[in-house]
Design a protein around this ligand. Structure first.
Ligand code: NAP
Length: 470
């Protein structure tokens, strides 16, 4: 039966995940439904903003300014933020039905893909996603250790995450000191003995996933000389055909930049960043103590697959680079949520334009929606999530107005609030977050840094003046 919400009886929506996807979904709902909607935003971490806070590199502060818009949304009177509250631990999906008309899952892609080669589990081999979370002060990754006493490091993959990781490894301490990198990471990177960083692409320069501004920035690092072997900077004949047939100016510019790096002579900077193409890791070699001692690479050539794309195929030439640390940056991957359908092969929530779908029947599950990376996979920049969330909200609003949502038994906003606070006394509200934000900024101001982050739930509780049981 069609429903009409009103300010007295608004639609109540739960959004799980407070990264860009969660905030953009909230923003679209407020725009579409005005006073006829109330939104509870759940976040398992004590701080909001997901990938903007914990993924975007600390030396890319401009990108982090997206949070200004999120702050306005979070402070809206129809929005409540519940930090430190995890779906499945503090609230089940079944319980969401009791309190809300619909739920949207916007939990991103917090896990990573593996390379599937021997030696990947050796000490000194890590997903780049963990390194990123560590240097960004993600509360679940502060305890990790990365051996920065190694002189040589390999970063596998040539996407923007690989570029971020390589750039952070090549930044001088005085550059990092001006960022909001986690304190412990700053200390570790100050003591870093890393002098050579290899970034390894399995296909050629024309297929590299990194974008032009990001690769240009790598050539402007004060502390590292960049180089690309001349033979690898040139696209192979098949790629040249594709480039000539396309009018992709950004790609042409990217190739020009890579060529210019091949022509550069080293200027004697203390670090070296080497971009390699047409090589695939086939094994991480044990140094005899269970640690990575080298990475074995096979040379590739490109061939045209049936779908027209150019893919890598191993040839018989193998080489070995001695490295003490390997960071694989071959893509993020979504994690399943308890009680929510999951497509394990694709690492995302199966959906049709944001409406969650039951994989076995192919039918839409009423009241379940998804947005962001967990909806479409880990692609695109922060802003890509805005139209993506818009698509989901269009579906949600259409369904709600047609009466295809849930009928909550306890729509009183206080009911769910009581239940959550009973289960998790350390809830972080948006007001709490604004206080934390202010403290972080003032701690940073004294040091000429944008902020000094709190990096654990315990630190957050202390800063909020709460007693934290030991
Ligand atoms: P990505 O762009 O998908 O790049 C993944 C890279 O891993 C590709 O180079 C891919 O090569 C390679 N790869 C995959 N499997 C491999 C294997 N088995 N062996 C060797 N290489 C392999 O992913 P990402 O870097 O994680 O970035 C995720 C998204 O976030 C992207 O959309 C990115 O642009 C965005 N992002 C943006 C910024 C920024 O704007 N500054 C910063 C960070 C991230 P193939 O192409 O051959 O598969």
């Amino acid at each position: 039966m069609p429903q009409r919400a009103s300010p007295e009886q608004p639609f109540r929506i739960a959004i799980v995940g407070s990264g860009p996807a969660g905030f953009y979904t909230t923003e679209h709902l407020l725009k579409r439904l005005g006073e006829a909607v109330e939104i509870d935003l759940f976040e398992r971490l004590p701080a909001p903003f997901g990938l903007v806070r914990f993924g975007v590199a600390p030396d890319h502060q401009k990108i982090k300014s997206a949070t200004r818009a999120f702050e306005r949304i979070g402070a809206h009177q129809a929005v409540r933020f519940y930090g430190n509250v995890e779906l499945g631990t503090h609230l089940s999906v079944d319980e969401l039905h009791r309190f809300y008309h619909a739920a949207c899952f916007a939990t991103g892609a917090e896990s990573d893909r593996a390379m599937g080669i021997p030696g990947e589990a050796l000490r000194g081999s890590h997903p780049a996603t963990e390194f990123v979370a560590w240097y960004n002060g993600h509360p679940h990754h502060g305890e990790r250790e990365f051996d920065l006493s190694a002189e040589r490091v390999a970063v596998v993959g040539v996407g923007n995450v690989a570029v971020d990781v390589a750039r952070i490894l090549c930044r001088l301490p005085e550059e990092l000191e001006r960022t909001d990198i986690a304190e412990y990471a700053l200390e570790a990177l100050r003591a870093s003995r890393v002098r050579e960083v290899y970034v390894l692409g399995r296909r050629g320069p024309a297929q590299a996933a990194f974008t032009t501004p990001e690769i240009k920035e790598l050539g402007e690092l004060p502390g590292a000389d960049i180089m690309v072997p001349r033979a690898e900077a040139e696209p192979d004949p098949l790629s040249r055909e594709d480039v000539a047939a396309s009018d992709d100016r950004a790609l042409q510019r990217k190739l020009e930049i890579l060529r210019s790096y091949a022509d550069r002579a080293p200027t004697g900077k203390s670090r070296r960043l080497v971009l390699r193409f047409l090589v695939s890791p086939v094994e991480l070699v044990d140094d005899g103590s269970g640690r990575v001692g080298a990475i074995r690479l096979v040379r590739n050539e490109l061939y045209r697959a049936g779908d027209g794309t150019l893919r890598a195929r191993a040839m018989d030439r193998v080489e070995e680079i001695p490295v003490g640390l390997v960071l694989r940056s071959v893509g993020y991957r979504g994690r399943s949520l308890p009680g929510v359908p999951f497509d394990d092969a694709r690492g995302l929530i199966p959906n049709s334009c944001g409406r969650v779908v039951d994989l076995s029947t192919g039918g839409v599950i009423p009241g379940f929606y998804t947005s962001g990376w967990i909806k479409r996979g880990p692609t695109g920049v922060i802003g890509t999530n805005k139209p993506d969330a818009g698509e989901t909200v269009d579906c949600m609003v259409e369904d709600l107005l047609a009466g295809r949502g849930w009928t909550p038994e306890e729509p009183d906003p206080q009911a769910v609030d009581r239940l959550i606070r009973d289960r998790e006394p350390q809830v972080v509200t948006f007001d709490d977050w604004m206080r934390l934000d202010e403290i972080e900024r003032s701690r940073g101001e004294a040091l000429g840094r944008p902020r000094v982050k709190f990096t654990s739930a315990r630190e957050v509780a202390r800063a909020l003046g709460r007693i934290w049981g030991d």
